[in-house]
Write a protein that binds this ligand. Structure first.
Ligand SMILES: [Zn+2]
Ligand SMILES: [Zn+2]
Ligand SMILES: [Zn+2]
Length: 116
């Protein structure tokens, strides 16, 4: 996938949806990883799992991607399908301050709703 992460507003509509979806899954998988850890800890202590098992089809895939990204130093030459694009997307997401950003604004409004 080729796109210029610094100018999301210049992307074709299809690309924005695609990248938004990927970012959503990355954020989800990150949360989900933490829930998994809590569950495993509970089970180790003989307690029932605290969170229900996640059944999002792509979640497992992106947990693997996140794991890979933590150790990967290859950058843009990495052969892992989602590695480099995900790094760019997450870096943008963390740094983006543009309230009207074509990529982030929709997700941010979703997140504010969730925390309320
Ligand atoms: Zn999940
Ligand atoms: Zn990689
Ligand atoms: Zn943005």
């Amino acid at each position: 996938m080729l796109f210029d992460i610094t100018h999301p507003s210049a992307w074709a509509p299809g690309v924005i949806e695609h990248v938004q979806n990927q970012l959503m899954l990355l954020i989800h998988a990150n949360h989900c990883n933490k829930k998994d850890e809590t569950n495993e800890l509970n089970v180790l202590c003989g307690l029932p799992p605290r969170y229900p098992i996640c059944n999002l089809p792509d979640c497992q895939k992106f947990k693997i991607v996140l794991n890979h990204m933590k150790g990967c130093q290859l950058g843009s030459v990495c052969k892992e399908q989602y590695c480099w694009s995900s790094k760019q997307i997450v870096t943008h997401w963390k740094a983006c301050k543009n309230e009207k950003c074509a990529l982030c604004s929709h997700l941010r409004s979703l997140q504010t709703k969730q925390t309320k």
